[in-house]
Design a protein around this ligand. Sequence first.
Ligand code: GLP
Length: 252
Amino acid sequence: MKIIVTKDYQAMSRCAADLVQACVEKEPQSLVSFPGGDTPIGMLEEFVSRVNQGVIDPTGLKFVQLDDWVGIGPQDEGSCSHFVSTRLLAPMNRPFADRFLFDGSRRDTIDQQLEEQDAFIRRYGPIAVEVLGIGMNGHLGFNENGVDFSLRSHRTPLSDVTKSVQKKYFGGQDLPLTEGITQGIAQIMESELVILLANGARKAEIVSKAITGPVTNEVPASILQKHPNCVYLLDQEAASLLPKDLPGLEIR
Ligand code: GLP
């Protein structure tokens, strides 16, 4: 595992876009996946700006969403599909060749959507570059504490930590959301390159546990210790509890 520590959020976001760009230049027809949440906003702005300046060509790429909340859909602010549509797809001046998004508001079709996501990844995959955030409890997508590492696309009850954090996405409102849908750890681990982004002091403890603690499904992100090509891309605050002599740590 490689750990890159950048000076701040902007530097982290630029570095993430550089890594994604290098990957898609090598594999211009490949499948990519970016997460929702606050963490990737800067990276997505960089990505979109490079697409719109003609630096990155998206027209051969396929895009698959990582995860979403059951009960809200692309029309709802705060859903991951809304985030992906407004922060990535709409502002790009040329589209991806194909894409898969969830609609969590269509509760009766959730199982079918999960099958479709898995089929989309099997068709175009493996994912060439999988960008991830990390939850306060170490979740990846909605792979919550105790998750079965062998699962592919699946639905899952939300953990108490996730439920307590979720209102930040909904203008401080507590929505009665209890379930998530997500790529599974199996699909994440099959990805050719995984880039995990984390910034800010509040992520420092879970980042340190995930990198230096035991590999356990109680901290789902710890499984990335076993990924052959994974980069933890952090700002200084998120890296503040890591030992400075950690193998694989590079300060930029
Ligand atoms: C959310 C999402 C994840 C995201 C993570 C971190 O609940 N399910 O996909 O990566 O938690 O979110 P944030 O970047 O807002 O801290």
